[in-house]
Design a protein around this ligand. Structure first.
Ligand code: SF4
Length: 493
């Protein structure tokens, strides 16, 4: 990573069907279906919708043999309809399903946290992928690290890197290089530091695998977009990332324009900024530069604060150089003018530019200069960026998965209703997850959890503990509110 100017990290090229990522290829956007994968009709319709929105890569979950076999028809139908979209199978737990899916798809994603390495399963999958020209993603999730990794490192960025490297070394030993790697978390700070650590470790080992970026469980609406943009943007500003997914708890095609906006936003990153004190910076940890406890929005700042405005085409590097040069005790507000007429575009671009300065602990205040928009909307975006960067909590935090073929209830509707009832509970973290298999692990951070257990059934969690199982969805929201009240975390709106 170059602190002085933007350079895109050099990676090897990986072929995913007709799409190529890494090397000199543009950053590819992708999304994932949330229909039942074995429902061929629905799956093909969703893939085509996502492709029409502009994504060349689409992923589908495959939890069992039926879903693995369904790829044969899905791919056939898709090609018959004239779509060249690359199809990816998402596999957890069952190596046999990865092997079945690899007969039909262009890429297989496995999670090292729940995929066996002993017994030669990975070597056999690699051999099959090699025969058919199928790519492999080693997709680490913060919330589902393998037991031996967790015992040694805890759920830390270091643990995530160790998890990926263990699998990448096997790929390298097998001389298999059609490999992509990801390190997702719903905690943007963990996610950003994990990816940067991974890149450093890969460089040390001479590995140039392309990187898939994403923030998991980002939620929906403006806040979901901002959270994704803070995490993904911080890394894109470092030149990291060959393919990206913006996960939203919304119809999957909604993810594509947001991801494309991020790609376009980072297409031009010009400017050279001398960093006088590189020793003050670490890309791998949060180092609070000043003693200001809580970063401010621009309307809250007092006379102690100095304003640093970025005007170049690479605002993140421009601010970082200025902040590292400034007196360590001087509180600084970062400011930039955004001319966008559309509030969502403005929010995504500002989050992508500014988030890194808060994730790394450098800036003390945020000033989005956009007089074309109402001041209260701008303040909401400023607060959401600070919250997404985990430096100031001013709203309820929703850790909501985008849902996938494992989801058996109306998660979008549920999230909307849960938000309507609980959005005044400032500082509370509520997990809203599609399935009981991966959901509980992925929402480790949440105070309360609302998790799909079976068709139309919800299981409620307090922290990591199950408190009510298999409640009908119609009763689950009231039960969640009662649970929050019973634990003394409720406030009247
Ligand atoms: S937690 Fe959500 S996105 Fe992840 S596997 Fe379960 S339903 Fe799918």
């Amino acid at each position: 990573m170059n602190l002085n100017h933007y350079t895109r990290r050099h990676t090897s090229e990986v072929r995913i069907g007709e799409c190529r990522i890494g090397g000199n290829n543009p950053i590819a956007v992708q999304s994932m279906t949330n229909s039942a994968t074995a429902d061929i009709e629905q799956s093909v319709t969703q893939i085509e919708r996502i492709a029409d929105a502009g994504a060349p890569i689409v992923r589908l979950t495959a939890q069992g043999r039926k879903e693995g076999e369904a790829f044969a028809q899905i791919v056939e139908r898709l090609r018959a309809d004239g779509y060249r979209t690359a199809v990816v199978a998402d596999i957890h737990f069952v190596p046999e399903i990865a092997s079945i899916a690899a007969d039909y798809v262009d890429k297989v994603r496995i999670n090292p946290g729940n995929y066996r390495t002993e017994g030669g399963d990975l070597e056999r999958l690699i051999a099959k992928c090699r025969r058919r020209g199928v790519a492999l993603r080693i997709g680490v999730n913060h919330g589902s690290l393998a037991r031996h990794i967790f015992d040694r490192y805890g759920d830390t960025p270091q643990g995530m890197v160790a998890s990926a490297i263990e699998f990448l070394r096997i790929c390298a030993q097998e001389d298999f290089h059609q490999v992509v790697v990801s390190m997702k978390s719903s905690n943007t700070r963990v996610m950003v530091h994990a990816y940067r650590l991974l890149v450093e470790q890969m460089e040390r080992e001479g590995m140039h695998y392309p990187i898939h970026l994403g923030v998991t469980e980002a939620g929906n609406g403006l806040e979901g977009r901002i959270k994704s943009a803070v995490g993904i943007g911080a890394l894109m500003a470092d030149g990291i990332g060959d393919t990206i997914r913006v996960s939203l708890t919304e119809p999957p095609q909604n993810e594509v324009p947001v991801a494309q906006l991020l790609v376009n936003h980072f297409a031009e990153r010009e400017g050279h900024f001398e960093v006088a004190h590189p020793e003050r910076y670490s890309p791998f940890e949060y180092r609070h530069r000043t003693t200001i406890q809580t970063p401010v929005t621009h309307d809250e700042a007092d006379e102690r604060f100095m304003v640093v405005e970025a005007t170049s085409a690479n605002p993140t590097a421009e601010w970082r150089a200025a902040l590292l040069d400034a007196e360590p005790s001087q509180p600084i507000i970062i400011r930039r003018r955004y001319e966008d007429a559309d509030l969502e575009t403005l929010a995504v671009c500002a989050a992508a530019d500014m988030g890194a300065l808060f994730l790394d602990g450098l800036a003390d205040g945020i000033w989005i200069d956009a007089p074309q928009h109402p001041a209260e909307e701008i303040r909401r975006i400023e607060l959401a960026i600070l919250q997404a960067a985990r430096v100031r909590i001013s709203q309820t935090e929703y850790i909501a998965c985008p849902s996938c073929g494992r989801t058996l209830y109306d998660i979008e509707g549920a999230l909307a209703e849960i938000k309507a009832r609980t959005s005044h509970l400032k500082g509370l973290k509520i997990g809203v997850m599609g399935c009981i298999v991966n959901g509980p692990g992925e929402m480790v951070d949440a105070d309360y959890g609302y998790v799909g257990a079976a068709a139309g059934r919800i299981t409620l969690y307090k922290g990591r503990e199950v408190v009510a199982r298999n409640i009908p969805q119609e009763e689950a929201l009231d039960a969640l509110v009662e649970l929050i009240k019973a634990n003394g975390d409720w406030q009247e709106a």
